[in-house]
Design a protein around this ligand. Sequence first.
Ligand code: ASP
Length: 333
Amino acid sequence: VLSLAIVREPAIIFEMKNLLYSKDLTREEIEALMERAKGYLPVAGRGASGGARTKVRDAEGKILATLFYEPSTRTRFSFESAMKRLGGDVISNSHMDYTSSAKKGETLYDTGRVISQMADVIAMRHPEKGSVAELALGAVVPVVNAGDGPGDHPTQGLLDLFTIQQELGRLDNFTIAMVGDLKNGRVPHAECELLRKLHEGKDDAGGVRFVFVAPAALAMPREILAALEAAGHEIVETEDLDAVIGEVDVIADTRIQKERFESEEDYLKYKGVYVITPDVMAQAKEDAILLHPLPRVDEIEVAVDEDPRAKYFQQVENGVAMRMAILAELLGL
Ligand code: ASP
């Protein structure tokens, strides 16, 4: 067990009752979470040196409830792994949509209120945008958004920023290309909002440039673009990945979000529109990094996994450390 002094240094505690939306975080909060996640990395991850994962006792006696109304592999396990590595316990339902009282007509407000009598913190995923806030209204313990439909996914966004910081060594003065279904992808939405909040108020917007690569029908929502522009970020929109891949420092790839399309036929129009292969990576900068929140369908060939610039498995490990930091902050530890 690592000494708490190491894990909790520097202890910047802030008032974060819930973590609902990326845009609600301040620069100080984002930076504090990064610092805290860094402290938890030796607990959560094996790292480059292949060290042993372990656990601390920060959350001993606390219970996390994970309520998932939509499929998930990584996010739910990541929260649960994070809580266990913090020394806490977990109660979990990954099929809330058809095995919970929602089936009987219970409102999200009531579910929030009820689960609060049994758990100390709640992580929730739901297919509808805004649903997490509804549950949080009823809850009297902290609630964290683990993905609400096509809306937001703040914990994934935070772990992506954390990975950029770890791998690139900085969170300013870089160009990021977001590639894929930017309309429906909650992960690119979260990344945009967090990068904007991180550099809010700076003259040069932190020198963070955005290149959005998507078919026109799957472009980034206008309100997110407008907010980035108003904050002073330079933005490029294109459908042509080959034209821009050589200029960027971060390639943040995502899948076409099949479940958000009206029909299979509609989805098939875009499936496979961008596929990252070793040949595509050959055009990228030598020190660029390739991120993907996973799951991948066909947008990154398996042969790319061996490219040292591919960081999507490292992201998973970083995600546990980041969620440890988030849970610890929400629990006031
Ligand atoms: N796992 C991520 C999410 O839940 C990315 C994805 O599903 O494409 O949004």
